[in-house]
Design a protein around this ligand. Structure first.
Ligand code: NAI
Length: 406
């Protein structure tokens, strides 16, 4: 029998996932995109053609897939009809809107997948779905399975190389019985690469979210910037210096320490999968990195990062940094702030993360940590109460997902 899948979003990842899934005979694919007139535009483009998906494999060979979703719509009721698996494939700031749109139409025993989840995904999902969260399963993948992009909206997208493996965690609702296996079904939809690996605890996934990478690199690069425009766009990863690598490494240390502390405060949870970012690079990009001797060199010599530059704005005098790019707009509120919140609940100070959040929030004109905080920084309540709730509520019942089953 066919399985019906809903892909939420209309961007790079949504194009690729919906086309891949639609190319499989056993899948029926709906796309829900709430953004502007995307649904209408895409529907029109699909009237007389398929989407072309160009897949570049790691060995450089290319193949093309032609397929199209059964339906692209802005109407969440139509989109949700008969759906068994829902993928959210949008930047984290758009998650809330989709959770609210799907909630009224959610059937029991549905699998909701954050692709990627980003830090805080489960917290936000559970708080918006309320009691319904207990009837479904919420899964979160660490990242998108591939680097990918739209070449022509609604018509042509490209997958530029899959990662080797990708972590997933899930929370199965108390009264949820999925009629299909979780990991195998997702693997089946995305193809053989990357290999999806189960991580036992969703808090571990939150502490390993790759949103931790960008802010320390930005902070290290721009905290002492003299405001003079640059003549070239600096390389983001491959231009990293020792100071930036050090900051990144220290943030990673704080996250590992948070995991260890949680193991102490709550018996029976296993956070051993929270690994250091340096180890993560060595594992996940093992074929792309030529010098693995330290974190800085590993990043400088990672061919997956060839040519990637800092987010910059072009002015008449040259380039200036864009502090309102997703490396901050997403990776602070749906990244470091959530991680900091988990650390706070675990009772651990995180001076390096705090320093970075304090710097970034000024650029974003937000206040996650009070600007005049004294020695122990705590997340601001009041203004950011929703975020605090997101962080706190599920942690009060921090549990091994497997334990939730019983
Ligand atoms: P994208 O940048 O293509 O997403 C744009 C789409 O998001 C739009 O087409 C629209 O559907 C929606 N959107 C944009 N602004 C919105 C708004 N104000 N309100 C509601 N919806 C809005 O995203 P992409 O590239 O598909 O990435 C999805 C996630 O995966 C992001 O979190 C990204 O950081 C992550 N990621 C992306 C990679 C890539 O190669 N594209 C690689 C690794 C991770």
């Amino acid at each position: 029998s066919k399985r019906r899948i809903l892909v939420c979003g209309g961007g790079n990842g949504a194009h690729c996932l919906s086309t891949l899934a639609a190319s499989q005979k056993k899948s029926e694919v709906h796309v829900l995109t709430l953004f502007q007139d995307e649904a209408e535009r895409w529907t029109k483009l699909l009237e007389d053609s398929d989407v072309k998906l160009t897949v570049t494999d790691l060995d450089g060979s290319q193949r093309e897939i032609f397929a199209k979703p059964n339906l692209v719509t802005k109407d969440s009721e139509i989109a949700m009809s008969g759906v068994q698996i829902i993928f959210l494939v949008v930047p984290a700031f758009a998650h809330e809107q989709y959770f609210k749109a799907i909630e009224p139409h959610l059937q029991q025993n549905t699998l909701i997948v954050g692709l990627p989840g980003q830090a805080g995904f489960e917290f936000q999902c559970r708080s918006i779905l309320g009691d319904k969260a207990n009837t479904c399963t919420i899964a979160s993948l660490e990242s998108l399975p591939w680097a990918c992009r739209i070449l022509e909206f609604g018509k042509h997208a490209q997958i530029l190389g899959a990662k080797d493996s990708l972590g997933i965690s899930y929370i199965k609702g108390k009264s949820c019985t999925l009629p299909f296996p979780i990991v195998e079904s997702i693997q089946d939809i995305i193809g053989t690469k990357p290999k999806i690996e189960e991580i036992q605890n969703y808090i571990a996934i939150n502490l390993m979210a790759k949103s931790m990478v960008h802010p320390p690199i930005l902070y290290g690069k721009w905290r002492d910037w003299d405001e003079k425009p640059l003549q070239e766009e600096p390389l983001f990863y491959q231009g990293i210096d020792e100071r930036q690598a050090d900051l990144l490494s220290q943030v990673s240390d704080e996250l590992i320490a948070t995991g260890k502390r949680l193991e102490q405060v709550k018996e029976g949870i296993d956070m051993s999968q929270v690994m250091h970012i340096y180890d993560w690079y060595k594992t996940y990009y093992k074929d792309q990195i030529t010098d693995k001797s330290c974190l800085m060199k590993a990043m400088k010599t990672n061919s997956a990062y060839d040519g990637l530059v800092h987010p910059m704005i072009k002015t008449e005098d040259g380039y200036v940094p864009n502090f309102n790019y997703r490396y901050t707009t997403e990776d602070i509120p749906f990244g470091l702030v959530v991680m900091k919140g988990i650390a706070e609940i675990a009772g651990l100070d995180t001076p390096v993360m705090d320093e970075i959040i304090l710097w970034a929030q000024k650029k974003l004109d937000k206040e996650y940590i009070p600007n005049h905080a004294c020695k122990t920084n705590r997340l601001t309540e009041g203004k950011t109460i929703f975020r605090m709730e997101r962080v706190i509520s599920p942690i009060n019942c921090i549990e091994h997902p497997k334990l939730l089953l019983s």
